[in-house]
Design a protein around this ligand. Structure first.
Ligand SMILES: [Zn+2]
Length: 166
């Protein structure tokens, strides 16, 4: 099935800006506000569509609710869809609240995959994959800003390396 209506390119940047206003210290504090997949699914719907879901296949906004509004059926092309279709979170088994923490931690503070793995109780390989997917969906100037944050974490190590090299 071909997706015709693309997600706005700054979706991840927008989510990071929303979460940034709370400046959570750690995952546990964040999880009080974003405890589960459903909370974040609703936030993603608002971020992506505003008040009205739009069919990603044909762009029509008339739909029928399925599964209590977790899924929709387009009144025009009759296809079923949900908010994850066409987003970087499509086809992953990692809950959205973990994705959103990864976005917050990566975009607003800078985080290494080893730390993200500990925060989310996932493997470092999964954490690395998530960070790469987030980075792949950011605009170049945003990536530069995030990398600078990440380097800040390792500033002391960098200084030591420089001392050895120079
Ligand atoms: Zn449609």
């Amino acid at each position: 099935m071909e997706i015709k209506v693309t997600v706005k390119p700054d979706l991840i940047g927008t989510i990071s800006t929303i979460l940034e206003s709370n400046s959570f210290e750690d995952f546990d504090k964040y999880a009080v506000f974003y405890p589960d997949n459903e909370t974040c699914r609703l936030l993603l719907e608002k971020t992506r569509w505003g008040e009205k879901p739009v069919c990603p296949f044909c762009g029509h906004d008339k739909k029928y609710d399925l599964w209590g509004g977790k899924m929709y059926k387009c009144a025009s092309c009759r296809r079923k869809y949900h908010v994850l279709i066409g987003t970087p979170f499509e086809n992953t088994k990692i809950p959205l609240n973990k994705w959103f923490w990864a976005i917050h931690a990566y975009c607003n503070k800078g985080i290494l995959s080893s730390q993200l793995a500990r925060d989310l109780h996932i493997t470092q390989k999964s954490a690395w994959w998530i960070i790469n997917r987030i980075r792949g969906n950011l605009k170049p100037h945003e990536i530069k800003k995030r990398l600078q944050l990440l380097y800040k974490i390792n500033e002391d190590i960098q200084d030591q390396i420089n001392e050895i090299i120079l």
